[in-house]
Ligand binder design. Structure first.
Ligand SMILES: [Zn+2]
Length: 244
């Protein structure tokens, strides 16, 4: 039997903001990630519209009305279908019929929302068309196995390049925060959230890169230095406090 995950655990895994006062209650409240409305109807107070029932393991937003169970919750947040969520859970829980499972290319495990992000990134580099043409080709045309593999390899390569780009910019942020003594804690939090979002160990990689920069970190210190020059300089004591 498929075990449904706990909505509250899933909400935390994805960084939803909880109202801490409700943590021990039957209904735990979060900011709704579907409508993103975080204020009361009159706009005067902070309001956590999304209610998650600990008892029924269901969710409902009192603002936008989005509601459902654990599968729908994950599907909406990850931008995949409920069927895909079910398949994923079956796999995790060892319930898949081995004969029917074809080994997945890693590119096929990239969540749809992240894939859309990747295409936007490629668009900024004026290579959007290249990507989208291949994507359409992949989705609509009958394709041969080698063509499919070729496409997936291409996406995987682009995805990893995109992750390196993310790593580099997070490292630049970290360097600036360390050198200037500003927003160090926020920067660490930002890296931690990005780790969750992209399913990577960014925090560990980026902290290691600060002392021993790998290839993807090329130029990060120079770029950080350039930005840093334009920031107000903190006192020496503050700098020391951050270093410690
Ligand atoms: Zn909502």
């Amino acid at each position: 039997m498929l075990q449904l995950p706990n909505i509250i655990d899933e909400a935390f895994k994805r960084g939803l903001v909880v109202n801490p006062k409700t943590l021990s209650k039957k209904e735990v409240r979060f900011f709704c990630p579907f409508c993103n409305v975080t204020v009361s109807h009159d706009g005067k107070r902070k309001k956590y519209h999304l209610s998650v029932s600990q008892v029924k393991n269901t969710f409902r937003c009192f603002y936008c009305g989005e509601h459902g169970g654990a599968l729908k919750f994950i599907a909406l947040l990850d931008g995949v279908s409920e069927t895909e969520v079910k398949e994923r859970l079956k796999e995790e829980q060892g319930l898949t019929d081995r004969k029917n499972t074809k080994a997945k290319h890693p590119a096929e495990t990239i969540p749809l929302r992240r894939l859309e992000e990747l295409f936007r990134f490629m668009g900024e580099e004026n290579r959007y068309l290249e990507g989208i043409q291949k994507y359409r080709f992949y989705l609509k045309l009958p394709y041969s196995e080698p063509a499919r593999k070729d496409y997936l390899n291409y996406i995987w390569q682009e995805w990893n390049r995109y992750l390196d780009h993310k790593r580099r910019w997070l490292l630049i942020g970290l360097i600036i925060s360390i050198q200037s003594g500003y927003r160090y804690a926020e920067m660490i939090e930002e890296i931690r959230l990005a780790s969750q979002k992209y399913g990577q160990d960014f925090l560990h990689e980026i902290l290691a890169a600060y002392t021993n920069p790998p290839k993807w970190a090329e130029g990060a210190f120079i770029t950080a230095g350039y930005f840093h020059k334009n920031l107000p300089q903190p006192s020496e004591e503050k700098r020391m406090a951050v270093a410690l």
